[in-house]
Design a binder for this molecule. Structure first.
Ligand code: ADP
Length: 257
């Protein structure tokens, strides 16, 4: 697999009236095309900042990000983002939400509708095309947000704790939905979480970040075969991995406190 995302010596300092914070300190990372990479670490270790820099929403203080060989200097059509809060427009139906981004991209009305119908089918929302997002459960609303992003056909999907606001059961359903979608769509996914089980269930590789300043502490391959199910979280290999990651994150969090 060739490398699609190249993060090269990226550092980020935030300055405020109370001084400056080194949020990321020379982080380098390659993500292969089609890979599912998870950023894991305690709060404040720079996961969101790194994701936002990859997505062109935050500028780096030094270093660079390239996607498909192109420097990222702002939002890029190759990159779609999904956040924890549901980013749908409440005044538009589900179908119109999905078609909305396409309007900006200049597609014809018929083309937009065709695309919206196709995407809604792929994410299991066909029945809900004509309802408003507020009429849907949290999990379904997050599917709408994912569908809106997918409609623009990005190569890379950046996801910042997208299931963080969901109840435990819906979260498990959405994890499995996302992996199925990733396998079908062959996207490259970078996913931020502080939930260790979620990281192991989803990732090909887990990038563990340590705080103050944010650095890559280690990169772990997840050797557990797919499809991974919630039952597997009790199996010895999963339990061992969870234990090792938990100990590591605990140590980092205590050292930073
Ligand atoms: P994480 O996603 O791992 O919780 P963040 O990337 O949100 O971490 O934050 C990393 C560090 O950068 C934290 O110390 C945070 O307070 C600081 N930080 C993040 N965004 C800003 C900002 N816009 N202004 C000032 N400091 C920030």
């Amino acid at each position: 697999m060739s490398s699609l995302i190249e993060v090269n010596a990226v550092a980020k300092t935030f300055s405020s009236q109370n001084g400056s914070v080194l949020a990321l300190d020379t982080v380098s990372l390659d993500v292969a095309e089609g890979e599912f990479v998870v950023f894991l670490g305690p709060s404040g270790c720079g996961k969101s900042t790194l994701l936002r820099i990859i997505g062109g929403l935050t500028s780096s203080s030094s270093g660079y990000v390239r996607i498909g060989g192109r420097n990222i200097a702002g939002p890029d059509p190759a990159v779609g983002m999904v956040f924890q809060s549901y980013t749908s427009f409440p005044w538009l139906t589900v179908e119109d939400n999905v078609a909305f981004g396409l309007e900006l991209s200049g597609s014809s009305k018929a083309g937009r509708q065709r695309r919206a119908t196709e995407i809604l089918g792929r994410v299991g929302l066909t029945k809900f095309a004509r309802v408003y997002p507020s009429q849907l459960s949290g999990g379904m609303q997050q599917r709408v947000a994912i569908a809106r992003t997918l409609a623009l056909n990005p190569k890379v999907l950046l996801m910042d704790e997208p299931f963080g606001a969901l109840d435990a059961l819906t979260r498990v359903e959405m994890q499995s939905f996302l992996v199925d979608l990733w396998m079908q769509e062959r996207k490259t996914v970078v996913f931020v979480t502080h939930d260790i089980d979620e990281a192991i269930l989803l990732g090909d590789r887990i990038v563990v970040l340590s705080p103050h300043p944010g650095r890559i502490s280690e990169i772990v391959d997840v050797p557990i075969p797919r499809p991974r199910t919630i039952e597997m979280t009790e199996e010895p290999e999963f339990v061992r991995m969870r234990h090792r990651l938990r100990t590591k994150i605990f140590q980092m969090a205590s050292a930073a406190a």
